[in-house]
Design a protein around this ligand. Sequence first.
Ligand SMILES: Nc1ncnc2c1ncn2[C@@H]1O[C@H](COP(=O)(O)OP(=O)(O)OP(=O)(O)O)[C@@H](O)[C@H]1O
Ligand SMILES: [Mg+2]
Length: 254
Amino acid sequence: MVHMLQVENVTKNFLGLRALDACSFSLDQGEVTCLVGPNGAGKTTVFDCITGFLNPDAGTIMLNGETITGMNRRKIVQKGIGRSFQNLRLFEELSVIDNVIVCLADDSGNDPITAILRPFHSQKILDRKRGEALKILERVGLEHKADHFVTQISFGQQKLLCIARVLATQAKVMLLDEPTSGLSATALKNMVDVIRQLSAAGMTLLVVEHNTKIVRDIADKIVFMHQGRVLASGVPGDVLERRDLADIYFGGGN
Ligand SMILES: Nc1ncnc2c1ncn2[C@@H]1O[C@H](COP(=O)(O)OP(=O)(O)OP(=O)(O)O)[C@@H](O)[C@H]1O
Ligand SMILES: [Mg+2]
């Protein structure tokens, strides 16, 4: 069976430290997989390797059967893998909608010279992009904030905006690094609803999540990492019931 995303024996060293050690797991289309494990387990490093921010020292990453290991990050976005970051990386001086518009794939041929020579044509393209961006903002419940500046919306809304930006890249696989961390109860519920809706619409999601209650709520599958290795993967019931993993996770054990 061809998986949507397959990570096979990926190893990454930072000088003397083995951050990933023959790490293997797969994601299937439309499923939410939660990547869990204690601090320093290698979760963000996995994201970095999948998205081309880091080159693995060994191993293979495949998207829909195609090897993408070592491709540059722009190419990987074009192939359909998008990510959010632990630190949000939004343009704070731009409006909410402009933060989405800058992430839309630009096949319009619009450029500064066109804007000067054919202003009406340029305006039409901008209007179309605004329409597309508004539809994306609707999917995360932020359309009413479109013209606010990033600094005027709440932290929870900023996190939803990060997801909207990934949607704008037309991602088929979305990697979310701690999307619920630091959220209030209401914002957390919104985020969980958005993740569920994306999955129901066919999105493949890999979500780093520390809260086991949320993991139970959203995960079809769990991948449990520790010290760069995948110690277990499977349905939440099986993985979360394992006493040895709970000891590692909550006790910081080795
Ligand atoms: N650029 C880097 N240079 C050196 N060491 C790094 C680098 N990035 C990560 N590491 C180390 O690799 C290991 C894995 O880090 P990583 O950030 O992937 O963990 P994590 O599971 O995302 O942790 P957290 O839950 O704290 O976000 C850690 O020991 C970390 O200190
Ligand atoms: Mg991390």
